[in-house]
Design a protein around this ligand. Structure first.
Ligand code: HEM
Length: 194
């Protein structure tokens, strides 16, 4: 995956566990402390090895590490120049999730080897929806759960996510039942729907 993703893993580990933990994680993943380049594409195995090494280092499961990275990712991307794109992707949570494929196709201009995920919203209601996630990769559903929480924060929402359909278990993709509500004390009117 592109260096942007590995940089997000690095940013998460360094901010939560410190630079030494990141160095130990890299060593365990058999990587010399790497300086990932945002626009360079690395083998997926590098990202998976980093997540596995960080999980071992912190005593967490790889799924929890991926979820944590997902939570941070939107803010991380915003700090890397993508705030305008994120804002243009939707003025409500539902619209934002509906437009995720457009977001990745915009991003694709700078990342020619991008193999983006694909998302589809169905059963949209006032306070819930079903999100379908298609990927050419395995094992990243936990990152999607974190990504959804991170995105919900932008809209001052609280979120419940249930991963109730798993790719490979009778389905060609993952599905999440997503329930959302405006956070108490949130400043703005309705950020849930367009
Ligand atoms: C401006 C913000 C964003 C940027 C710049 C961005 C960019 C990227 C890039 C470069 C990759 C690596 C793909 C590859 O190397 O082939 C990626 C993967 C991914 N992105 Fe985004 N992304 C953004 C926002 C989001 C959001 C908001 C979500 C979901 C809520 C999301 C979901 C994913 C997932 C799940 C993957 C893993 C790839 C896979 O599932 O196969 N991204 N993104």
């Amino acid at each position: 995956m592109y260096g942007l993703i590995n940089q997000a893993i690095q940013a998460h580990v360094e901010s939560r566990y410190g630079a030494a933990a990141w160095r130990r994680g890299c060593a365990a993943a058999m990587l010399e402390e790497p300086a990932f380049l945002t626009l360079e594409s690395y083998p997926d195995s590098v990202s998976y090895a980093l997540v596995a090494a960080v999980a071992k280092e912190t005593g967490l499961s790889p799924a929890v590490v991926l979820e944590d990275v997902g939570r941070l990712f939107t803010g991380f991307a915003a700090s890397r120049g993508y705030e305008d794109l994120l804002r243009a992707t939707g003025s409500s949570f539902a619209q934002f999730l509906t437009n995720l494929d457009l977001l990745h196709s915009h991003v694709g201009g700078a990342y020619p080897e991008l193999r983006p995920p694909s998302f589809r919203v169905s059963e949209l209601q006032e306070d819930c929806m079903r999100l379908h996630y298609y990927s050419t990769r395995e094992g990243l559903a936990s990152m999607v759960i974190g990504l959804l929480h991170g995105a919900a924060e932008r809209f001052e929402l609280t979120l419940e996510v249930v991963h109730d359909v798993r790719c490979g278990e009778g389905s060609d993709h993952d599905e999440f039942a997503v329930r959302f509500a405006l956070r108490s004390g949130a400043a703005h009117a309705d950020k849930t729907h367009p």
